[in-house]
Ligand binder design. Structure first.
Ligand SMILES: Nc1ncnc2c1ncn2[C@@H]1O[C@H](COP(=O)(O)OP(=O)(O)OP(=O)(O)O)[C@@H](O)[C@H]1O
Ligand SMILES: [Mg+2]
Length: 264
């Protein structure tokens, strides 16, 4: 059961995340210069875009670990990263955040205590990510995909109302990916809000809403059905490419953007 989330028409309630005029500079690169965005409650929002376009930076801003130079990021009405949000927001980073010399169970048991998750949660999340048979293995002995799933399981401990998942299914086979997307759907059905980044276009079709980003701008705010009808295709890869190419015509990449935002 997800705490404190009312299930209902997402449009009729305040958004989970509200971003106004966000400016972020990383190194010499201006990643966002005035980004506005809302993420509705109780839905799965997919975040897609070429490598380097700003997906991870946006997620970091939402969980409150990204230094911002201007603008406002609010989660459930509170400033991102504020104390009150600590147990309500979970973040699965792009690189697994786990202790390599501890076992899967030790990692999960430790993090369960940190987030105040109830007993039994370790087994629940282990089953959800399909790692029951690996509980006593050290992280260092796992495959890359298994290690990433431990990190995802940690994000699902307790009852976070907002889950920010940065490429949670990378490196996984289609069967495992489908299993995990069923788990994401169950979480959303129970009232949680999910923001999931991905490079895999068939995953885009599993989202309620799709944000397509290029060079720090949202170039499409749509849903799977509209993505395909608006681009006149049945293939999500082709739809994605068509939107990117249209945007490239209107906003040609600069030499520096070409180096740091390669269309991969
Ligand atoms: N620590 C850093 N220092 C300087 N620049 C950075 C840093 N981290 C990211 N950047 C730059 O910020 C921009 C956005 O990076 P970000 O990691 O948000 O992209 P992304 O969309 O998540 O890419 P990917 O799909 O490869 O994960 C890129 O141009 C990147 O080079
Ligand atoms: Mg990233």
């Amino acid at each position: 059961m997800i705490r404190g989330v009312s299930i209902g028409d997402a449009a009729s309630v305040d958004p989970a995340v509200s971003i106004r005029g966000l400016h972020v500079r990383r190194g010499r690169h201006e990643v966002f210069s005035g980004l506005d965005l809302e993420i509705p409650r109780g839905e799965i929002t997919g975040l897609l875009g070429p490598s380097g376009c700003g997906k991870t930076t946006l997620m970091r801003a939402i969980v409150g670990v990204q230094k911002i130079s201007a603008g406002e990021v609010r989660v459930w009405g509170e400033p991102a990263g504020s104390r009150m949000l600590r147990h309500r927001v979970a973040y699965d980073t792009q690189a697994a955040s786990v202790y390599g010399d501890l076992t899967v169970r030790q990692n999960l048991a430790y993090m369960a205590r940190v987030v105040g998750a109830p007993r039994g949660d370790v087994d629940r999340v282990t089953d959800q990510v399909g790692l029951r048979d690996h509980l006593s293995q050290t992280i260092a002995s796992l495959s890359g995909g298994q290690e990433n799933r431990v990190s995802l399981a940690i994000a699902m401990l307790g009852a976070p109302e907002l889950l920010v998942l940065d490429e949670p299914t990378v490196g996984l086979d289609p069967v495992l990916r489908a299993d995990l997307w069923r788990v994401f759907r169950d979480l959303a059905d129970a009232g949680a809000t999910l923001l999931v980044s991905s490079h895999v276009m068939d995953e885009a079709l599993r989202c309620d809403r799709l944000l397509l980003m290029r060079s720090g701008r949202i170039i499409a705010d749509t849903d799977p059905e509209r993505l395909l009808t608006d681009t006149g295709t049945t293939d999500p890869d082709a739809a994605f490419l068509s939107l990117i190419e249209n945007d490239e015509e209107r906003h040609p990449p600069t030499r520096r953007a070409l180096r740091s935002d390669g269309a991969s």
